[in-house]
Structures are given as structure tokens and as C-alpha cells.
Design a protein around this ligand. Structure first.
Ligand SMILES: Cc1cc2ncn([C@H]3O[C@H](COP(=O)(O)O)[C@@H](O)[C@H]3O)c2cc1C
Ligand SMILES: O=C(O)c1cccnc1
Length: 349
């Protein structure tokens, strides 16, 4: 883990001053303006520019699926990995129109290894997590390895030309792990952060809340106060591998000086973990969208982020993050490319 420098405060202020001189009423471009200012601070330039993007879709399986907490069977995880590689998933189509490369990081899918593929990054730490109700999801050393797998994937995306970076997730059962980790890191109750994920019915939802409660109780037995415990140890207790890998994507992307974009509930659990490990991440991190998962709003509040989009998505894969790439490019283009009142000879109010 590298130490992350804070974004440049002086550029933040210079960019704010420039926003005020551009040919528009001050504030009239709303959150695009603040996004542009933050991009300026990240890039240390009053005229930020964004080119190609990338999303690292981290995939892994979850032992907790044995508790009946998802509306879909666990075999969907490897099937969707194949679908990502074949270009048939939602994130592939959205990434294509949003100017983003899709990398698939296998950090812990169960089953046979996937055949080699240009965009597949094979880095299995273990074959799915343990069932978090009964046992730790993984060992702390495995959590560290998952974090490093995410960091390495981000470095590859940057070396291949990414100028902004998102993380995505694929892992049946991962909204249960995300709920447990979010409740643990933020000191919230299971019922406050547990949603319906892929669309579980009332009986499965009730079971899911109980599973999260029991997992939190078990983890507390191991680590004591979960809000104060080592965040990576909390993540090892509650998982999942792809959530921890997403944290690594954010940390390495920010360390490389890129804006990094969070997606929905599982990926933003990774962002929370990353921000706990490295508080300076906050300057580099954007929220692509607001997911319908109720716990996502709690995560965004804790991170102090307003989402760029709010489209009633509840899919994951990085879809909501990648959708926000054009918005961020527009924010950069406005600040970098608009004329000032002086330059354009437009009268000020
Ligand atoms: C076909 C399909 C494609 C998906 N793409 C993302 N997810 C999303 O749903 C899963 C989490 O929900 P739960 O906790 O309820 O299992 C994750 O794999 C997540 O990425 C999908 C789910 C399905 C079924
Ligand atoms: O918020 C998300 O990204 C999400 C919601 C449901 C299932 N998977 C992901």
C-alpha cells in the first residue's frame, strides 16, 4: 500500500476562481462545476483533461450463498465472467458508449480457471469466501492479497492508457457481504443497510437481515468494536474478495493521480474500506450514481459524496460508475475549454 498524497488545495482554489470567470452565471453548471474543480486539483492543472477510461470488474464468490440470501444461484458468477469477456453484459455496452475499457479481475471465483483472454486478469486469492455467518470470509493475508490484486489491475489499466478509473463487481451474494462490511465500518444496524440485492422475496430478505446480524455478532466476538478495529481485518471477517479488490483499484488509481469513480452498493463498500485505509482518497473519489440499495445512500453520506447520476440502477458491474464518465469529461471540458468573460468580450453582470 502506497501513501496517498492529498489532492492539491492550491489548484482547488485556482480552479474555483477560474470557474467564476467563465462565460456563465456563477454556479449555473451546478455539480459539474464542483466536479471540474476537483478534477483540476487531482490533475494539478487549471485546465483538466480526461481521455479514455477503464473499469476493473472484480469477480468473486461468496460462501454465504449457502444461506439462501440471493435470488440467483452462485453459478451465475462464473457465467457472468464469461459474458463480460464475450462483451454481452450491461457493463460492456455502457463502457463502449462511455469510452471505457473493461478489465475482468478474477480475484476468487469458484470453479475451473477461465481460458486466457486479453482482458481477463487471473488473480484468484482463494476459491470464494467462507460463509461469514459461521467463519471468517478470509484470512487477513488473503484480504491483503485481494487488495493488491485490485491495485495491480488498476496499474495495468493506467499503463494501458486509462485517464479515469472505475471499479465494478460481480459476485452472487455480495450485497450480503457489502451490508455486513458497511454496517461494521459505519456502526449501523443490519436492517439499516440490508437491501434486496438481485430482488429477494420477503422471506429471503428477512433471512438476509438475520444473516448480516449474526455475521456482525460473530465478527465482534473476534475483533471487538468493529468501528475501531483494523479495517482490513474487519474486511477479512466479512468479505468479499471482490469488495476488497475494489478498494485496491481505488487506492492505486488515486495513487497514480487519476480520478476514481465508485459504483453501487458492493463497490462503494470497497470505497469505504479504501477511505478508512487511506483518508486522502476522498479528494480523488467520485460517486458515479446513487443505487436503489438503501445502504448505498448511507455509504455516500459517510463518504461525503453526492452522486453524479440517479437513474434507479441496482445492477453493479460498474455500470453506474462508467455511465458517469461522460459527465466527468464534460466537467473537465467546461473548466478547461470555456472562454472567460474577458476572452470572449461578454459583459459581466
Ligand atoms: C444475471 C446477473 C447479472 C449481474 N450483474 C451484476 N449483478 C449483481 O448482483 C449480485 C449481487 O446481488 P445478490 O447479493 O442479491 O446476489 C452481484 O453479482 C452484483 O454484481 C448481477 C446479478 C445477476 C443475477
Ligand atoms: O447497488 C449495486 O451496485 C447492486 C445492487 C444490487 C445487486 N448488485 C449490485
Amino acid at each position: 500500500m502506497s501513501h496517498l498524497l492529498p489532492v492539491d488545495q492550491a489548484f482547488l482554489e485556482r480552479a474555483r476562481a477560474r470557474q467564476l470567470r467563465l462565460t456563465k452565471p456563477p454556479g449555473s453548471l451546478g455539480r459539474l462545476e464542483e466536479a471540474g474543480v476537483r478534477l483540476a486539483a487531482i490533475q494539478r492543472s487549471e485546465k483538466p483533461r480526461l481521455g479514455p477510461g477503464a473499469v476493473v470488474v472484480a469477480a468473486a464468490d461468496h460462501g454465504v450463498t449457502a444461506e439462501g440470501v440471493s435470488a440467483y444461484p452462485a453459478e451465475v458468477t462464473p457465467q457472468m465472467v464469461q459474458n463480460f469477456l464475450a462483451g454481452g453484459a450491461a457493463v460492456n455496452q455502457i463502457a463502449r458508449v462511455a469510452g471505457a475499457e473493461v478489465y475482468v479481475l478474477d480475484v476468487g471465483v469458484r470453479g475451473p480457471e477461465f481460458p486466457a483472454h486479453e482482458r481477463l486478469i487471473p488473480a484468484r486469492v482463494r476459491s470464494g469466501t467462507g460463509n461469514l455467518v459461521r467463519e471468517p470470509a478470509m484470512r487477513p493475508a488473503e484480504a491483503l492479497a485481494a487488495l493488491q490484486a485490485g491495485e495491480n489491475a488498476a496499474r495495468r489499466a493506467v499503463s494501458e492508457g486509462a485517464t479515469l478509473l472505475a471499479a465494478g463487481d460481480m459476485g452472487i451474494g455480495n450485497t450480503t457481504a457489502a451490508a455486513a462490511l458497511t454496517a461494521a465500518l459505519l456502526g449501523l444496524l443490519a436492517a439499516e443497510v440490508t437491501g434486496r440485492g438481485t430482488g429477494v422475496d420477503d422471506a429471503a430478505y428477512a433471512r438476509k437481515v438475520q444473516v448480516v446480524e449474526r455475521a456482525l455478532e460473530r465478527a465482534r466476538g473476534e475483533l471487538g468494536d468493529l468501528e475501531r478495529a483494523d479495517p482490513l481485518e474487519v474486511a477479512a471477517q466479512l468479505g468479499g474478495l471482490e469488495i476488497v479488490a475494489a478498494a485496491g483499484v481505488f487506492l492505486a488509481g488515486a495513487a497514480a493521480g487519476l480520478p476514481v469513480v465508485a459504483d453501487g452498493f458492493p463497490v462503494t463498500a470497497g470505497a469505504l474500506l479504501a477511505a478508512r485505509l487511506e483518508p486522502n482518497l476522498s479528494g480523488y473519489l467520485f460517486a458515479g450514481h446513487r443505487s436503489l440499495e438503501p445502504g448505498h445512500t448511507r455509504q455516500l453520506e459517510a463518504l461525503g459524496l453526492e452522486p453524479l447520476l440517479d437513474l434507479n440502477l441496482r445492477l453493479g458491474e460498474g455500470t453506474g460508475a462508467v455511465l458517469a464518465f461522460p459527465v466527468l469529461r464534460a466537467a473537465a471540458a467546461v473548466l478547461g475549454g470555456m472562454a472567460t468573460f474577458d476572452e470572449a468580450g461578454v459583459s459581466e453582470g
